[in-house]
Design a protein around this ligand. Sequence first.
Ligand code: PMT
Length: 403
Amino acid sequence: MKGKNILLCVTGGIAVFKAVHLTSKLTQAGANVKVIMSQSAQKFVTPLTFQALSRHDVFIDTFDEKNPAVIAHIDLADWADLVIVAPATANVIGKMANGIADDMITTSLLATTAPVWIAPAMNVHMYDHPAVKRNIERLASDGYQFIEPSEGFLACGYVGKGRLEEPEKIVTLVETFFNRQERKTRLSGLHVLITAGPTREKVDPIRFFTNRSSGKMGYAIAEEAKKMGAYVTLITGPTSLIPPKGVQVISIESAEEMYEAALNYYDKANIVIKSAAVADYRPKIVHNEKMKKQEGPLTIEFERTTDILHELGKRKNHQILVGFAAETNNVTEYAKSKLERKNLDMIVANDVTEKGAGFQGDTNKVTIISREGKEKVYPLMSKNETARAILNEIELLLQGDEQ
Ligand code: PMT
């Protein structure tokens, strides 16, 4: 879990002392741990204890903005790779189940897109109460994961289920989670260079030509490649997407800038996947000032941009080069000709006229064509599933090279 960001939300119960131990264990294992404490948690242990063990400020108040450059609860929510609520009281479970956000912990929990684990700790009768059970079921069906409490002596004198799981066990669960997330694959440790999104070709300071690419396909490939253990560089045209965590992002606008960026990273790349929709033409003249309206029609002369993939194909030595083809007719025929002409190892053909395929949506429908001309037709899938299919095909290529 080295370098992983864990946000620990500590709510008020006697088991707060175990959260102290958990912070220490997670930090020792190499994780970056940041802690938010509820008001009642602070009655059991002071924030200073968590600060000393985590080596980070402890957050206790939504309105105590420590860094004016960011909104603390959003920043923490975005920072986290994993959020653990431990101990989770019946109160916080109830709030979460009902979408209540009235303090630093509950606002951060609503704002995060990271997986959230809830480790309840409370009296055995409270844990058995129908309201608590209902809230737990609701949260489980919302996708939250629970670390079930263990049985034993409870601080209230009862014996039964309600003890916060032992910190050592929680640490093991966290380790397994991160190991699975970055499962060892043939892509582990390899450099994958991905291009995504559209390019913009300027006419004047306020106008440009572009296309319908949202970047979703390329970003999905970057996310999945990262999960498979690759070092990912994502060269992206302008999009409204948040890049996947842990990916190096190079932002460009024009085809020429994308070309320069691709050349910069090409030598160290093992795999290059060009999913960007690059302009084939750009205005021959770029005006320095806003073009004024004039009577009659306007003619703009275009010139060819560099075909980046073609240039990379010419310079190919050790890289696996994967192109995309967005077509409206004769899809596989045109895709095969691009594969050949651009010296690719694989091409992903998109019939962008098919429902759910191609630009902007969350799904795609592709045919993957290998250098030997083998065609694999995939059904309509999410862009992440499509990304996994492409990366699995690349793994097979790598496997072939090893034999
Ligand atoms: O971004 P989304 O909204 O998720 O949409 C996904 C997508 C439709 C953009 C994607 O799936 C896709 O098909 N990308 C390729 C789009 C494209 O420009 O295809 P093409 O057939 O025009 O180009 C063929 C290949 O050459 C592509 O790999 C392209 O990146 C590359 N190319 C094209 C022109 C150019 N000047 N330089 C290039 O490198």
